[in-house]
Design a protein around this ligand. Sequence first.
Ligand code: PAF
Length: 313
Amino acid sequence: MGSEPEVMRDKAAMRLWSRSRRSQGKTVALVPTMGFLHDGHLALIRTAHPLADLTVVSIYVNPGQFAPSEDFSTYPSDLTGDLKKLADLGIVHAVFCPSNLYDYEGGFSEMSTADRVSSAVSCIEAEDDGSGHETWIRVEKLERGLCGKSRPVFFRGVATVVAKLFNIVEPDVAIFGKKDYQQWRVICRMVRDLDYAIKIVGSEIVRESDGLAMSSRNVRLSPEERVKALSIYNSMSKAKYTALHEQTTCQEIKDIVIQMVDKAGGRIDCVEVVEQESLVAVEDIRTPVVICVAAWFGKVRLIDNMEINPCGI
Ligand code: PAF
């Protein structure tokens, strides 16, 4: 391609860009991100590239998916670095990086980053008394299990902002990483239930050479925590091997993960073995399942998963 992507901050400009290209018969792929791009994001963009004529990347740290106690204010960001990476990649046509997608009372597009962060957090807190953003999309069953237990507002925030991005960018195809397995399934279900004419593609997890799944949160791990965090991948690999070679129950599979992460010094938030589509917990591995893990290393919560497809299925 060779040229720099067009950068748009305004949703009307983004919609116009997309509509005018689609009216010329071009197809559009969207890769939604929260920025601080790493090789995992670049893999999503490479997956998107052959699937449509034009590739749009969105960069937006969505306040609506963080609870007040979570790491919205410290979520890493580097817009200048991100834009350089996208330009260097040479296959991105447009970048959509709005300053705010939620029309909270008064808005905050003119505010400084610090004001924006504290305003967004207080808007989330204020949301319970009816002020601010009122409309949420809930994928009722899929959002409840796994990470939904400890992050009850997360998936409605994700589904809502992704629906907004879909309405603004109007893509033909959108790519989501399978590292966020539950998120990917929630979006697939939302698209099906709400009749979005958008193909959702799940892209495989990208790992560091030692197995740690790439995540923007990895930079917040100390060198010691980074070593401990490997226990997630190592324990899931052992659990998967055991499941494929021995007669095991899902409880035994979960115990392998719990013990190895615990021994390494991590704190398990959630380990489940669930069916790949419904995310319903199973006791035995007879159908394609996925082990989903969330664990804390210091102040950093990491998630990862591994699919297990028993032979003959
Ligand atoms: O996976 C993410 O980065 C975010 O949850 C997403 C899909 C961009 C929505 O904010």
